[in-house]
Design a protein around this ligand. Structure first.
Ligand code: SF4
Length: 386
């Protein structure tokens, strides 16, 4: 069921899609709408500013992150699937819903399927929405299975807690997981991926920061837009830093949210100013109903080039990667363009990448559908009426 703070007034033009969203979401394996009070206040401010410019308010980047835009269901593009990166085929049979083992030296552990807010662009939406059936294990059972698996596979050096958002777990539960990883499994590296910094920064209490530091966790935030960084967020980043927690950022390149070099630069600089290093930008996965967020590969490559040419190394020294069932590929792994024709005679573009000697066909987003986000809407605070 949708969880939208009452005070968040949905623009008239968007009311019908917001009202019908949950029914469609349930049918199609998408997450229901969920917006935290903290994030809703930012969306409200954005809507107010955009309305002053006689826009509806539903065009803004923060709005699009958590609420369905008008184009949310209007485009379906060839190649979209529920599980694009192969999470399910990479779950060992006896560890369904526990872990994903895709790279030899690290595993992804899934302690929870809940998040502080639900992102419209979520690439794990089918898994999180129960599309793949019941989740059979308690957290204690998951941890026991994980520890046993790690003991049997000493080649694994890193456990990445993802999900869902691990930072929404109760502190005692999170500590139980971290203690088991360090003390029972003796794992070398622990990483947590989380978007709570922008949705619910209050989870980073002094005690939580100390716990993350104690277990030497690397915390990877998922901040996707510079306006997600406010004074409250900065205070919590500083608290984490004071406790000694190593912080990084990674985020997806999203059409109409951050697909302009000025937005990317502003985001990376703002994070760097508070001591958070952006380590990667990734292409949005080709999951069902991802079209409103996808950017054609030619434009993705051009944006990364532009970022490199127009900024110093401490800004552009980020890894840009495209995930797929066979492992991540990078721009420099690109080999050639190819094209198929679908049953309706439409163009189905692909890019061929090469990884470890193997050719990978990556579905492209058609150039003709790729209408770039407007800089002055995405950076609405900078608007000067031009
Ligand atoms: S926080 Fe991550 S896992 Fe949760 S809805 Fe957003 S993208 Fe998906």
């Amino acid at each position: 069921m949708a969880m939208i703070p009452k005070k968040l007034a949905i623009p008239d033009v968007a009311k019908s899609i917001v009202t019908s969203f949950d029914e469609i979401a349930q049918r199609e394996g998408l997450l229901p709408i969920k917006v935290s009070d903290f994030y809703a206040a930012k969306v409200e401010e954005e809507m107010r500013v955009l309305r002053e410019r006689e826009l509806s308010g539903a065009e803004g980047p923060l709005y699009r992150c958590v609420l369905p835009s008008m184009d949310r269901f209007s485009e379906r593009v060839s190649g979209e699937v529920g599980d694009f990166i192969g999470d399910h085929v990479n779950m060992p049979e006896e560890l369904r819903d526990v872990l994903i083992w895709k790279y030899q030296d690290r595993v992804l552990f899934l302690p929870t399927d809940r998040c502080a807010s639900n992102c419209q662009y979520c690439f794990r939406t089918a898994y999180l929405s129960d599309r793949y059936g019941a989740k059979p294990f308690t957290l204690e059972e998951k941890v026991a299975k994980l520890v046993e698996f790690l003991r049997e596979h000493p080649v694994i050096e890193e456990v990445i807690l993802s999900g869902g958002d691990p930072m929404v777990m109760a502190p005692a539960q999170l500590e139980m997981v971290l203690r088991a990883l360090r003390e029972d499994a003796g794992v070398k590296h622990i990483r947590i991926h989380s978007r709570t910094l922008v949705y619910s920064p209050f989870v980073y209490t002094p005690a939580a920061c100390e716990m993350l530091a104690k277990y030497r966790v690397r915390l990877v935030h998922h901040v996707a837009h510079p306006y997600e960084i406010c004074e409250v967020v900065k205070e919590h980043v500083a608290r984490l830093s004071r406790a000694g927690v190593r912080q990084y950022n990674q985020f997806p390149l999203l059409r109409n949210v951050n697909d302009h070099v000025d937005v990317l630069r502003e985001l990376i600089v703002a994070l760097d100013e508070v001591g958070v290093r952006t380590i990667s930008i990734f292409a949005p996965d080709v999951v069902n109903f991802s079209a409103p967020f996808r950017v054609s590969l030619r434009r993705q490559f051009a944006l990364m080039d532009e970022l490199a040419w127009s900024s110093p190394a401490w800004v552009h020294a980020v890894r840009y990667a495209l995930d797929n069932p066979h492992g991540k590929v990078r721009q420099q792994d690109f080999v050639r363009w190819e094209e198929d024709v679908n049953e309706k005679g439409g163009r189905v573009p692909f890019a061929i990448f090469k990884r470890e000697g193997r050719e990978i066909r990556y579905p492209d987003f058609p150039d003709e559908l790729d209408i770039p986000g407007k800089r002055d809407v995405m950076l609405w605070r900078d608007y000067r009426g031009r």
